[in-house]
Write a protein that binds this ligand. Structure first.
Ligand SMILES: *Cc1c(COP(=O)(O)O)cnc(C)c1O
Length: 436
């Protein structure tokens, strides 16, 4: 199909996520014909560096031959069966391989369809496990300001990014909202004050709290807000003292995005439940909740104690086979070692961007770098979109979060491509900020 025809049919019938459709109708979209490594290609050949690894999924780049082979080989055996009353090698082997590398104590893998449903599973597992452990009153959740845990109703209820909540506020359930540990303007020790407030609330109301949900170390969708892992260490202690479950949402931060395999490692703590998605299975929708022995044990016994939860495609063999191969590639290509070598280039680039007049603040960690182009850097601000246009003209796809521009490239991006991506970003920020 010709490019024009694709665009015509799209504009007539495709409703895009997180997209103002009038602006979309007026614009000229990127049309991807194929993708390889860190690049997306238009059908007629124009290339874009994939600055956000396609919404944080393509940690191993596009078209990795080993993932495609795993997909092909599994598809030839069988592509899908239910996971109720049935098992298969991809699901069983993947679970054991995940548990072997997960933070200590996480032993039971519950497969879901994506990140949001991994969070939904965690919400329900926490509630039901307390109900079946003699503490049915523990049914409320603590979540952070600026949290993002996905877009289904439960996950969105935990969410603390105000613009994303606003349209649905009337149907979301109440959570106990606590301050973000991520520093704002001139407050390097924000995590201390944030922890004090959390501490007070948990101390008073622990008997009604099922769990605390956090994105460890980086609040992604809030604008790549990085905070001190000491907070997580203190939080683990608090949850232990007051018998509250701790859930880490590693959907974004997992798989080496911040350096180590799990952001939890940066704090040296393990949660009771961990949710994963995105880079876990980079080419098919798949997520998982991994629970501790204690959480899972609450579901043992009589039949009516079972976790009454499941998605049609959970444990899909294609996704599981790919996810196993992802783990093998991480080992064989020393992906985490590559991150350690490349992260300093991101840090240096953002240190330069910080010097551009008008840039409010920057931060970087592992394969994440972000800059706020205004003090509030709200999601509906427009400067980030000017950077997006400037970067597109220079050959990079850099979708902003309002006035926060960021890179989260494939972890395996070559040094040359990374330098080029960072140069395009820096130049695009420069021309945007000069044009005020
Ligand atoms: C993307 C994301 C989710 C939701 O994952 P989906 O696959 O989009 O449902 C949940 N938590 C975090 C931290 C995320 O970044």
């Amino acid at each position: 199909m010709k490019r024009d025809e694709i665009v015509r049919r799209d504009k007539a019938h495709v409703w895009h996520p997180y997209t103002a459709m009038d602006a979309w109708a007026a614009g000229d979209p990127i049309v991807v014909g194929w993708a390889e490594g860190a690049r997306l290609y238009e059908p007629e050949g124009r290339a874009y560096l994939d600055g956000n690894a396609s919404w944080w999924t393509a940690a191993l780049g596009h078209g990795h031959p080993r993932l495609l082979r795993a997909l092909r080989e599994q598809a030839e055996r069988f592509a899908h069966v239910a996971l109720a009353g049935i098992t298969h090698e991809p699901a069983a082997a993947l679970a054991s391989e995940l548990v072997a590398i997960a933070p200590a104590g996480l032993k039971h893998v519950f497969y879901t369809d994506n990140g949001s449903t991994a969070i939904e599973a965690a919400i329900k597992a926490c509630v039901q496990s307390w109900a079946q452990s003699g503490a049915p009153k523990k049914n409320r959740f603590v979540a952070l300001e600026g949290a993002f845990h996905g877009d289904t109703i439960g996950a969105a209820s935990l969410g603390g990014v105000e613009v994303f909540r606003r349209p649905f506020g009337s149907v979301l359930f109440d959570v106990v909202r606590v301050p973000s540990p991520a520093p704002g303007e001139d407050e390097g020790d924000a995590y201390l004050r944030a922890f004090d407030e959390l501490h007070t609330i948990v101390e008073k109301t622990a008997d009604t709290i099922a769990a605390v949900f956090v994105e460890p170390v980086v609040q992604g969708a809030a604008g790549m807000r990085v905070y001190d892992p000491t907070y997580l260490h203190a939080l683990r202690g608090l949850c232990d003292r007051h018998d509250v479950l701790l859930v880490f949402d590693e959907v974004f931060t997992g798989y080496g995005r911040t350096g180590p395999m799990w952001a939890a490692t940066r704090a040296g703590v393990a949660p009771d439940v961990m949710c994963i998605g995105k880079a876990f299975c980079p080419i098919l929708p798949m997520g998982a909740m991994i629970a501790s022995e204690r959480v899972e044990r609450a579901f043992r016994g009589a039949r009516d104690r079972a976790f009454l939860y499941g998605h049609t495609f959970c444990g899909n063999p294609l996704g599981a086979a790919i996810a196993r191969e992802v783990l093998a590639v991480y080992r064989d290509e020393d992906v985490l070692g590559q991150v350690a070598k490349k992260a300093p280039a991101i840090e240096r680039a953002f240190a330069r961007i910080a010097e551009i007049p008008g840039v409010a603040r920057v931060r970087s960690i592992g394969m994440v770098g972000a800059a706020d182009l205004s003090r509030d850097a709200g999601y509906l601000e427009q400067k980030g979109w000017k950077v997006w246009e400037a970067a597109r003209a220079r050959g990079a796809y850099l979708r902003p979060l309002g006035d926060t521009v960021y890179v989260t490239p494939p972890l395996t991006i070559s040094d040359g491509d990374l330098d080029q991506l960072l140069a395009i970003l820096e130049e695009s920020v420069r021309v945007t900020m000069a044009d005020r």
